[in-house]
Design a binder for this molecule. Structure first.
Ligand SMILES: Cc1ncc(COP(=O)(O)O)c(C=O)c1O
Length: 398
């Protein structure tokens, strides 16, 4: 896609092409907090692969229970029941169904929020360009401004006892939008007082990405259901999960066949999840994400501001979820292409044309961090000067 490279291999923070060139992977859509092929995950997965990758579902099989235990051990208190799936979107679908078992059928999500592209998840995703080709989507969905508790309250007051509210702790695909302090606490209070089912979508933010196990931890909240994905795969096998309160899970406990999928909870995937959680513990990745994130935010922010000046609207983030918002719409995409030239992979943002996102692994060494600074400096320098050249030609600098 970019520069005609063909990727054939990955290790740690690096992706290698067929020609043997290495790229520092600060993209990967947030999957690779532990880098690629972390030895602990590889060990868990390969042992399971050579022992028993898929279960009969006729007998008890321990891997799903072990993975669920490991996940519950780090989840916010009160979240004790787990349903495993493959993708983040599937976790969203499961949460929507869970809410419906409690008669919460009116969905409330946020403008520019992202929850995936299956039909239910897409109904929550807040960007028309992805939704319009596929309508009609689920009925009874409201999108409220993110970070605006009053807007949420107005919808909840119109539909007392009927709502399922789905929010991200930090909006990832919207371009790393960090809500005001206390927002999540207020969302939880409003959900409780208006009888709404509260789903916190931590598919992108969870498992240490924000420098805490969960975005929920920062405000010490416990939603009815918390969604996990991306890094739970250990970057190897697709795994996602809904971690819920016993009350939220009750109908599924009574009838486990109500919501099933052939590969959900397969032993191989469950080994990957256990390996990923073990790797996060062993390598202290949550704390490393916090410390490294603070450093990268400050240093990369300074580099970008130095080159773009007023063309850079804001640099923001939490932990290792970093966003660079440009005034000019194409600037984020141009910088992404230039970064590839300089040996760094970044992310665009699905629901914002203005924001370049970096989701680096927490395992970066000093020399890798220095490589990132130098490449970022060169890329920003080349792009920013290209803009000022084009503005001299009348094309308009950001
Ligand atoms: C917050 C959030 N929820 C859900 C999803 C969907 O996950 P998947 O792409 O695995 O279906 C994403 C993907 O980026 C996400 O960021």
């Amino acid at each position: 896609m970019f520069g005609g490279h063909i990727e054939t291999e990955s290790r740690g923070a690096w992706v290698y092409t067929s020609e043997g060139r290495g790229f520092l992977n600060c993209g990967g859509y947030g999957v690779l907090l532990m880098g690629a092929r972390h030895p602990t995950v590889v060990r868990y997965v390969s042992e399971q692969l050579h022992r028993h990758p898929v279960a009969t579902r006729v007998f008890l099989e321990p891997q799903a229970a072990l993975a669920a235990d490991a996940l519950v051990a780090v989840a916010p208190p009160g979240l004790e029941r787990v349903h495993f799936a493959g993708s983040g979107a599937e976790a969203v679908e499961c949460a929507i169904k869970m809410a419906r078992t409690q008669d919460k059928r009116h969905l409330v999500a946020t403008v520019d929020g992202y929850h995936g592209k299956t039909m239910g998840a897409l109904s929550l995703t807040g960007r028309d360009v992805f939704r319009d080709p596929f309508g009609p989507l689920l009925p009874d969905v409201d999108h409220v401004a993110y970070g605006d508790a009053t807007a949420l309250e107005e919808v909840l007051a119109r539909h007392p006892g009927e709502c399922c509210v789905v929010v991200e702790p930090v909006q990832g695909e919207a371009g790393v939008v960090v809500p005001p302090d206390g927002y999540l606490t207020r969302v939880q209070e409003l959900c409780r007082s208006h009888g709404a089912f509260f789903v916190l979508d931590e598919v992108q933010t969870g498992l240490g990405r924000l420098g805490a196990w969960w975005g929920a931890d920062r405000e010490r909240i416990t939603p009815d259901a918390l969604l996990v994905g991306k890094g739970l795969s250990g970057g190897i096998v697709p795994v996602s999960a809904v971690v819920a309160t016993p009350a939220a899970f009750a109908v599924f406990d009574r009838d486990p066949y109500l919501h099933t999928s052939t590969f959900s909870g397969a032993p191989l995937a469950m080994a990957a999840a256990q390996g990923a959680l073990a790797a996060i513990h062993e390598d202290g990745l949550v704390e490393r994400a916090r410390v490294l994130g603070d450093e990268l935010l400050a240093s990369l922010g300074e580099i970008a501001r130095g080159h773009y000046g007023d063309g850079l609207r804001e640099v923001r983030g939490r932990g290792l979820l970093l966003g660079f918002e440009f005034v000019r719409p194409g600037a984020a995409g141009d910088l992404l292409i230039e970064l590839v030239e300089q040996g760094v992979i970044a992310n665009h943002s699905l629901n914002s044309d203005h924001v370049l996102r970096l989701t680096p692994p927490a395992v970066l060494s000093r020399s890798e961090t220095d490589f990132l600074y130098e490449a970022f400096d060169r890329a920003c320098g080349r792009q920013a000067s290209a803009y000022s050249l084009s503005s001299e030609g009348g094309d308009g600098h950001a």
